[in-house]
Design a protein around this ligand. Structure first.
Ligand code: NAD
Length: 260
């Protein structure tokens, strides 16, 4: 096998693959040889991800679906399995965030946040389960958040749903271990994507100075961790949530000589 082609012959499905972290994960897995089914509601941006992977001679296919719909997730997983001849890796990445204080949060926003960020993982995992069982070395990687561990900004439903992702990951890992399916999660810190808002390069640089490692994260930082957890290199790792935060949950700002 060529170096770096550890996903050769493996088939992956990535949700939220039209942008940001999901796009980064789809590229990373495709570059390592995986065939990648890219799922998103944003048809236009999804086509760009798939075309970008194809331009690099990778293999990707497009699945336009809303992860909050049981029918749509089932159909999308069935289509992916049929097109790729099976499924080995499921990455539950699609997510939304609605920034607002608790006392201004309508119940509809709580429900929508939970439907897309947590319930969708249940739907996707259930739909993918028969194919992952057939794989014999299946892996699920869920995207949680640093918000599961500490208060960051006003988004109580988001943080609560992400804490649910950690428990979902742990319990699914236990129940699916007999099927040789590993279940892990990555909890990103602040990553420079649309989710953080449209920031200029200067604003990103300034924001990065507030974090221990002096920069915000990139989609590639998360994609690297996902690739590890989904790969055979992590064949003895299950049920964990790996923080990839640049240390953001450890301290709120860098320690400089003048602070000592
Ligand atoms: N960016 C960050 O700082 C950060 C930090 C922690 C966790 N995360 C998590 O990482 C994941 C990806 O976030 P991102 O920053 O790349 O966000 P993003 O907004 O750039 O991308 C999210 C993608 O999910 C898709 N999506 C949204 N709702 C969907 C639905 N109902 N069905 C299908 N697709 C849907 C969007 O169309 C988009 O392509 C999310 O789960 C997010 O909560 C992000």
């Amino acid at each position: 096998m060529e170096p770096g082609r550890e996903f050769e012959g493996r088939r992956a499905l990535v949700t939220g693959a039209a942008a940001g972290i999901g796009r980064g994960i789809a590229y990373r897995l495709a570059r390592a040889g995986a065939q990648v089914a890219c799922l998103d509601v944003n048809e236009k941006a999804l086509a760009e991800t798939v075309a970008g992977i194809a331009a690099e001679k990778g293999r990707a296919l497009s699945l336009v679906a809303d992860v909050s719909s049981e029918t749509a997730t089932k159909r999308a997983v069935d289509d992916a399995v049929a097109a790729m001849g099976g499924l080995d890796v499921l990455v539950n990445n699609a997510g939304i965030v609605i920034l607002q204080r608790f006392d201004e949060t309508p119940i509809e926003d709580w429900d929508r946040t939970f439907a897309i960020n947590l319930r969708a993982m249940f739907l996707m995992a259930r739909a993918a389960l028969p194919a992952l069982r057939r794989s014999g070395a299946g892996a699920i990687v869920n995207i949680a958040s640093i918000a599961a561990y500490r208060y960051t900004v006003p988004h109580v439903p988001y943080a609560t749903a992400k804490a649910g992702v950690v428990a979902f990951t742990r319990d699914l890992a236990v129940e699916l271990a007999p099927d040789r399916i590993r279940v892990n999660a990555v909890a990103p810190g602040p990553i420079a994507t649309e989710m953080l808002g449209k920031l200029t390069a200067e604003e990103l640089g300034r924001a990065g100075k507030h974090y221990l490692l002096g920069r915000l994260g990139k989609p590639e930082d998360i994609a690297e961790a996902v690739a590890f957890l989904a790969s055979e290199r992590a064949s003895y790792v299950t049920g964990v949530t790996l923080p990839v935060t640049g240390g953001a949950e450890l301290a709120s700002r860098p320690v400089r000589s003048e602070d000592r």
